[in-house]
Design a protein around this ligand. Structure first.
Ligand code: G3P
Length: 225
């Protein structure tokens, strides 16, 4: 596994502030904060931006998606070999904005393992987290979809989803649990850590901020308490 905990993954999604040239600028800010705070920060970017971002920063770059395919006739799909060749260290899988069929998810993790790509499976609940633990991904990120992009964090609105995920997954395999959805402040992070999370998956608090560096720094400090 290439990524260390405690871990912050900034998911750039398709925000204008976080795609194309802006993706490079935002990734540089993330890298600066990682250095300043000595934090483990990775960025998940559009597959079209993997090459440019991974050639701009040294922090780990992830793909937001990959498809369970190999070389051949698969027009428009995201080839795991290609995200790796372009500099990705791994991929988010099954984000709630980009769900997988369960068989495809299992297949994707197997392909990623063969290619030595880190896998972060997103799950909408503790039960889903428990089911996907059998695939033995490197991380599971629990994110209640209804809280994504909102102002109330998962650690405040649904603390039990984090504690239950940690409990249920740990019975199956030792997989670090990340959490995400609505995380905005250092206090949200501190709460998540106290509930057993080993990191966070975050988007809008950074991509929509007028000062993403300051916002990310504040969140990173939540791990140092
Ligand atoms: O992948 C992270 C994400 O879904 C959480 O989004 O905007 O609530 O931080 P946000």
């Amino acid at each position: 596994m290439g990524l260390k905990t405690p871990l912050i993954i900034v998911n750039f999604k398709t925000y204008e502030s976080a795609t194309g040239r802006n993706a490079e600028q935002l990734a540089k800010i993330c890298e600066k904060v990682a250095k300043q705070t000595k934090s483990n920060i990775a960025v998940a970017v559009q597959d079209a931006d993997i090459y440019r971002v991974s050639h701009t920063v040294k922090i780990p770059v992830l793909s937001e998606h990959m498809d369970p395919i190999g070389y051949g006739a698969h027009t428009g799909q995201v080839l795991p070999e290609d995200i790796k060749a372009n500099g990705a260290k791994g991929s988010l899988l099954n984000h709630s904005e980009d769900r997988f069929e369960i068989d495809d998810l299992e297949k994707s993790v197997k392909i990623a393992k063969k290619l030595n790509l880190t896998t972060i499976i997103c799950a909408s609940s503790d039960d889903v987290s428990e089911s996907v633990a059998a695939f033995n991904p490197d991380f599971i990120a629990v994110e209640p979809p209804e809280l994504i992009g909102g102002d109330i964090s998962v650690s405040t609105a649904k603390p039990q989803i984090i504690t239950q995920t940690v409990k249920k997954v740990n019975k199956i395999a030792k997989i670090p649990i990340l959490c995400g959805a609505g995380i905005k402040t250092r206090e949200d992070v501190e709460k998540a850590v106290s509930l057993g999370a080993k990191g966070i998956l975050i988007a809008s608090a950074i991509t929509k901020s007028s000062n993403p560096g300051a916002a990310l720094k504040d969140l990173a400090l939540g791990f140092s308490k």
